[in-house]
Design a protein around this ligand. Structure first.
Ligand code: MSP
Length: 657
């Protein structure tokens, strides 16, 4: 255990439903949690990392029935798909919890009993519309065209007795907590989303299901005709796994330092249901990090579209380390990202095969040829001014990585590390040890030592992302094991004489498959002549005309203020199935409200976190009774509108020109 003075970090992933096998979304969240856990260990912090599976509820009962199994048999079988996947992705979780374990069920019942005894739970009559896909109730007003507002799926009208948790009474306290605690929900955009949600009155939460309708759950301790609502049960895993009500000392040490890593779709259950449950149980409140979604061709992965990416196949084809690297480098925590094999292979080929792999390979081969296959003496370095620059950059890296990871800018921490690798490559080109060896062997040896030492810094900082490859490369360059903490990473730590051996290229190059190698998309705003860009806030496509639009002079174009925006909140406009009301971050003091006619092509949840292009200086006007202060750009074809987006994340408010 590391020095407790440096703090404690308890990180959790959602517990995954066992109704299906793991996909890339599950793999991303779990790998990110693993990377954060490994970084915190490197920062000298006592760390505990929990993941697991969610085994109760309607979805699981239905999945078991489809397979002709009992729910327990189904869970026993399915949980192994998750449990066994993690080691193959180099995920080193400290614990794995199943909600059918007695250690969990006991705690759920104990918590329910305490809340019942305190009057925090009451019996009532429920009438509403039930959506089995999300296992939630909705009022008639909340339905969209008579369907579930979250999935668009069927809902069933239900009237029954149930038990309710007095969630509504915590509304003000929760709002105050969000306002007082800036890092309660990160990133900021997600925090604003919850504040938006809490503008409406908060209802009490139905926490039971009658056994006659759903048998697969934990019985309520005070009425065994009912089982516990799956979310009320599942959320408590974070506490039951670390000892609530049975190993209080351990619980008290870890719980105040908990961070829940979740996807944006389960933000309400965590920030509202869970947080108010904890208030009622008189327990400290967590920190929440909500990440975005991996999309395929800008759309959500779904079984019906057949575009679900299986993490196992990516790992088997290209290797665990490359997959972890891609997931961490490509997604900005909080925003959506697009998964494509082409993007994956480009990253692998550029960053890993060219920059990192080649460098290690060239240095090891040179040492084998000319330096007896061992780390050379540093001497006075290369004797050139580049030495100081390289050393300064390497020395600055650990602190920079620590700051960036602390700020959840994991992709930038990875980029900063690869930037050092690129600097080492440039240093080798500048100091030319392969040539200099003929005239000044000591300077050549010094240059190689400098390059290896800087590379050692990079590999130690990249270890949380690619533990296996970084460990192998550290051995290959004669540096031995990674340092236990970044504080221990000191310049001069690379000892001369260590054996340098590399059997094969650490990252073989892969061909980018032809079928995927579509031309790069032109920058969003001006150029692309087709498809036609239409302002969808108007919700009307201009009539096709044979006449090309009249040319305009540049000053006319320059009058249009196009900006990059990030969607913070998206919700349907009541009475219209086409319009969505967006709150968009344009880098201004307040988010802008924009009404856009894209509701048939996008579910609101799909837009949150996305970046879009906005006409920012359009006269505000009312659309369907709603003020629209700007316009979202999209291109429409027969499949409907597709919003324009920058090809990589860009700070909100950036001008498009
Ligand atoms: N069982 C609940 C969580 C209970 S936590 C107390 C659940 N399970 S889930 O298996 O459906 O989803 C788990 C996580 O996977 C969510 O955080 C969700 O955001 C994430 N993802 C599902 N699809 C995803 C992508 N395409 N991309 C990234 N993450 C995604 O919800």
């Amino acid at each position: 255990m590391s020095d407790p003075k440096q703090g404690v970090y308890y990180i959790t992933t959602p517990i995954y439903y066992v109704n299906d096998k793991p996909h890339i979304g599950h793999a991303y969240c779990t790998v990110l949690a693993d990377v954060l856990a490994r970084f915190h260990r490197l920062f000298g912090v006592e760390t505990w990392f929990l993941t697991g599976v969610d085994e109760h509820g309607q979805k699981v009962q239905d999945a078991a029935a489809k397979r002709g199994m009992t729910p327990q048999q189904h869970c026993d079988d399915m949980q192994s798909h998750f449990r066994d996947l993690w080691p193959t992705l180099d995920v080193a979780n400290d614990d794995f919890i199943r909600t059918t374990e007695p250690r969990h069920e006991r705690v759920v019942q104990e918590a329910l009993q305490r809340l019942w005894d305190k009057g925090e739970i009451y019996r009532g009559e429920y009438e509403g519309f039930y959506s089995p896909r999300v296992e939630k109730f909705f009022t008639e007003e909340e339905l969209i065209d008579g369907k579930c507002p979250e999935t668009g799926g069927d809902v069933y009208q239900i009237k029954e007795a149930n038990y309710f948790f007095r969630m509504g009474k915590y509304q003000e306290r929760l709002l105050q907590h969000i306002k007082d605690t800036p890092d309660f929900i990160r990133p900021e955009s997600r925090r604003n989303e919850v504040i938006g949600f809490l503008q409406k009155p908060l209802q009490d939460l139905c926490i039971s299901r009658p056994k006659s309708r759903l048998a697969w759950g934990i019985p309520l301790p005070f009425d065994t005709d009912f089982v516990t609502y799956v979310w009320f049960d599942a959320l408590l895993n974070y506490c039951s796994a670390i000892g609530l009500y049975h190993d209080q000392e351990r619980f008290d040490r870890l719980w105040p330092h908990v961070t829940h890593l979740i996807g944006k779709d389960i933000l309400t259950t965590h920030s509202v249901y869970w947080t108010t449950m904890l208030m009622a149980l008189e327990l400290p409140l967590p920190r929440i990090i909500a990440h975005g979604w991996w999309l395929i061709d800008k759309t959500k992965m779904s079984k019906s579209l057949g575009n679900v990416v299986n993490p196992l196949s990516m790992k088997d084809k290209y290797g665990t380390d490359s997959l972890r690297y891609f997931l961490m480098r490509e997604m900005v925590v909080g925003l959506d990202a697009d998964f494509s094999e082409t993007a994956f292979l480009k990253r692998h080929n550029y960053d890993l095969a060219n920059d990192l792999g080649n460098l290690a390979n060239r240095l090891v081969k040179f040492a084998e040829r000319s330096m007896g296959g061992v780390v050379p003496e540093p001497g006075a370095g290369s004797g050139m001014p580049h030495d100081a620059d390289l050393q300064a950059m390497a020395l600055a890296l650990p602190g920079r990585v620590r700051d960036l990871v602390g700020d959840l800018r994991v992709e930038q921490a990875v980029e900063a590390t690869i930037a050092l690798v690129r600097r080492v490559n440039r240093y080798v080109a500048e100091t030319e040890p392969f040539k200099v060896i003929k005239t000044d062997p000591a300077a050549a040896a010094g240059a190689v030592w400098m390059a290896l030492e800087a590379l050692r810094f990079a590999l130690n900082c990249l270890w949380p992302v690619m533990p296996a490859k970084c460990e192998a490369l550290l051995v290959a360059i004669g540096a031995g094991k990674p340092e236990a903490t970044l504080d221990a990473l000191a310049w001069g730590g690379l000892k001369p004489g260590g054996a340098m051996v590399l059997e094969s290229a650490p990252f073989p190059r892969f061909d980018v498959p032809e079928y995927e190698a579509a031309p790069e998309v032109a920058p969003a705003a001006v150029v692309a002549p087709a498809p036609v860009v239409v302002p969808v806030a108007v919700a009307a496509k201009p009539a096709p005309s044979d006449e090309p639009p009249a040319r305009i002079a540049f000053p006319d174009f320059a009058k249009v203020d196009l900006r990059i925006g990030t969607v913070l909140v998206a919700e349907p406009v009541t009475g219209s199935d086409k319009l969505l009301r967006l709150q968009v971050d344009l880098g201004e003091a307040q988010p802008r409200q924009i009404v856009a006619g894209i509701g048939k092509a996008y579910a609101p949840a799909d837009l949150v976190g996305r970046q879009i292009v906005v006409v920012a200086n359009l006269e505000p006007r009312k659309v369907f009774g709603q003020l629209s202060n700007g316009m979202v750009l999209a291109a429409s074809d027969d499949a409907g509108p597709a919003v324009l987006a920058p090809a990589r994340p860009i700070p909100p408010g950036t001008k498009v020109s």
